[in-house]
Design a protein around this ligand. Structure first.
Ligand code: EPU
Length: 343
């Protein structure tokens, strides 16, 4: 297939969920992964920088991008194998995450219900190991297929090789800027195994009078919670949680909890403790604050919003002030979650 023609000096405002104004020197749609070797070789030969864009829901364009943006628009859901209750399903990078979650549920492939309504594409999901309401992508991942821009070869990374952590993976580290994810292979089950331990989810199900939830019940409850707490990017620009929840080692966590015993916290790997960044930000009084069109969402302190015409500089200045305040008041460093590009 011939790749669609690129667009020069392309407006990226509609392609990032924060709706920040930025332009790409060239915007190249990708509708067939088989076009990647030739397309990316041409970009490299021109000596231009390359950026891979999915749904634009985890990115801050801090300025124009002086290179080629590959806009992943590949489609397709393929059942690769079924072994007893287990199905292996390959999904193209350009599929919309939520549509895939809904479609898996319709087909009776269970395990993704808790991840309903997360914005973005399937190809972006492994980069930050998306997670919500007690489940992370890593729990359902079998492998990832990608084009390696440096070695110029196809990669197939097992879930172990993806080195998934909390909002982290090999694609943010060793393979950052080097791998174009083309397909994600999921391991799902044809037997329902709903996970409803997360406190918010338990509350929502109880409010609905549900004691033995089906996967559909969990899906509906997660959608309701997210709609109630998180802004819809179609209505108000945002990139989901703007900060990662800080993870402290046992000693630092004990010190913090001695001073602030009411700080929400959860056990993390290796004896570490994860704290709720939203709680610190909220306690510092930032929830609902608005400076011009840059603001903190009124129902979830972890989410920065663009009320209309905010610039990246305004949003990033607000983020820096929040970071400084949380550090001064609680001695805790919180770091931005989205990828910041350009500027
Ligand atoms: N909290 C506040 N103020 C707020 C919001 C929350 O004090 O404005 C407190 C809550 O009371 C609660 C704690 O903070 O005790 C945690 O809140 P919540 O369960 O809403 O989760 P979160 O830590 O704010 C994380 C993820 C979300 C995910 C939810 C649910 C990160 C960075 N964020 O948020 O993911 O949907 O848990 O699992 O890990 C995203 O990554 O974009 C995202 C939305």
């Amino acid at each position: 297939m011939t790749a669609p023609a690129p667009l020069d000096h392309a407006d990226l405002r509609a392609l990032n969920t924060l709706h920040l104004p930025a332009r790409a020197a060239r915007l190249q749609p990708v509708e067939d992964a088989a076009d990647l070797p030739a397309l990316t070789a041409a970009v490299a030969d021109r000596g231009e920088p390359l950026l891979v864009l999915g749904g634009g829901s985890n990115i801050v364009f801090a300025g124009d991008f002086a290179g080629t943006v590959l806009h992943m628009r590949t489609r397709g859901i393929e059942l690769l194998a079924q072994d007893g209750d287990t199905v292996l399903v390959a999904v193209a990078a350009g599929e919309l995450w939520h549509d895939w979650v809904a479609s898996a549920l319709e087909r009776g492939w269970y395990g993704l219900e808790n991840l309903a309504l997360i914005p973005g594409t399937v190809g972006a999901a492994p980069v930050q190991n998306i997670g919500a309401y007690g489940i992370e992508l890593v729990d359902r991942l079998q492998s990832v297929e990608a084009w390696d821009l440096e070695a110029r070869q196809w990669l197939r990374l097992s879930v172990t090789e993806c080195e998934m952590g909390y909002r982290d993976s090999v694609f943010k580290r060793r393979l950052a800027g080097r791998a174009v994810i083309t397909r994600v292979i999921f391991r799902l089950s044809t037997v329902p195994d709903p996970r409803a331990q997360y406190a918010d989810l338990q509350r929502e199900l109880a409010a609905r009078g549900i004691t033995a939830p089906t996967p559909r019940d969990v899906f509906d409850a997660v959608c309701a919670i997210r709609r109630a707490k998180l802004p819809d990017p179609a209505q108000i620009g945002n990139a989901g949680s703007f900060f990662r929840n800080p993870v402290l080692d046992a000693a630092d966590a004990a010190r913090l909890l001695a001073a602030h015993p009411d700080a929400p916290h959860y056990p993390a790997a290796g004896g570490a403790v994860k704290f709720a960044a939203a709680w610190f930000i909220d306690r510092c009084g930032w929830k609902g604050v608005r400076r011009g069109d840059a603001g903190v969402h009124e129902r979830q302190a972890l989410v920065l919003v663009n009320h209309g015409q905010a610039t990246a500089a305004e949003l990033l200045a607000l983020a820096r002030d929040i970071q400084a305040d949380v550090r001064a008041r609680y001695g805790v460093a919180i770091e931005p979650e989205p990828v910041i590009v350009g500027g």
